[in-house]
Design a binder for this molecule. Structure first.
Ligand code: BGC
Length: 272
């Protein structure tokens, strides 16, 4: 192994990735596994997708297990971590990724659609972070494996700071995630738990398929992306790998925006 690969070496460390049966979560699970981590591939409904990610990791010589759990349910999240402990002994890394959208104009949005998005995106990340922190503290420091007690990567969105009409529930959940991530980072840094976020822009996954699947929609989307392409799950996974590994050991409470420039107010290139 060369020195650069050493920087990203996660062998001996176990990771839980929520919402890992497809999209960004699957991309992150694959890359952490390729870096040597044991991976818990969490899914809510797509067992098929989760098993495909697990198989890919096993075929490459890694260790991975699929675990069904709805992150918005306290008992499911407790079980997710129990199964992680049973399989791999402990957890060093949580990637809190599971999320969804239920779009509607604010005046027409049902309370159910508001609650579902807050419950999964925000409360779901909180429950997973709480369980991860409990596990990090239970295990205690093992400096030979990892200089941190534990590492959390919270997958947010550019909509943690860009308002988004028609998605008040989603933007509120992502804004909440940002301050939750920073507050947890502040609360646990002295225990050597690092908590960071990634704010993806437009990434080709099922959540936004209608915005890129036909060329006209994709053109309209690209008006918002100065870098001129829609992101891929690997664009996010590569940032997640850096935050999860020990090359970023001095980084906590930070958000990496991975968006092809979407947050640079592209309309101002010619306007303003
Ligand atoms: C949303 C996508 C959207 C992107 C950029 C993401 O957080 O889930 O639907 O394309 O932000 O607006």
């Amino acid at each position: 192994m060369n020195a650069i690969a050493d920087l990203f070496d996660l062998s001996g460390q176990a990771a839980v990735v929520t919402g890992a049966s497809s999209g960004i979560g699957a991309g992150i699970a694959r890359l952490l596994g390729r870096a040597g981590a044991d991976v818990v591939v969490n899914y809510r409904s797509s067992e098929h997708g989760a098993r495909a990610v697990v198989k890919e990791l096993e075929d490459a010589g890694g260790r991975a297990i699929p675990v069904q759990a709805d992150v918005s349910k306290e008992e499911d999240v407790a079980r997710l971590f129990e199964e992680a402990r049973r399989a791999f002994g402990t957890v060093h890394i949580l990637v809190a990724n599971a999320g969804l959208q239920r779009d509607a104009p604010a005046h027409e949005m049902s309370l159910e659609d508001w609650r579902t998005v807050i419950d999964v995106n925000l409360t779901g990340q909180y429950l997973a972070c709480r369980e991860a922190i409990r596990e990090f503290r239970r295990r205690g420091m093992v400096p030979e494996t990892c200089p941190a007690l534990g590492k959390i990567v919270s997958i947010s969105s550019v909509h943690q700071f860009i308002p988004w009409a028609g998605r008040v529930n989603y933007a509120a959940s992502k804004g909440g995630i940002m301050l939750m991530m920073q507050s947890l980072a502040q609360e646990y840094a002295h225990e050597k738990i690092r908590v960071n976020g990634i704010a993806p822009g437009a990434v080709k996954t099922n959540i936004n398929k209608s915005s890129w699947e036909d060329p006209e929609a994709e053109r309209a989307l690209l008006d918002l992306v100065p870098y001129g392409r829609v992101g891929e799950p690997d664009d996010i996974a590569q940032a997640a790998l850096w935050l999860a590994c020990d090359a970023s050991d001095y980084v906590t409470g930070e958000t990496i925006v991975v968006d092809g420039g979407m947050a640079l107010y592209p309309g101002f290139r010619e306007g303003g």
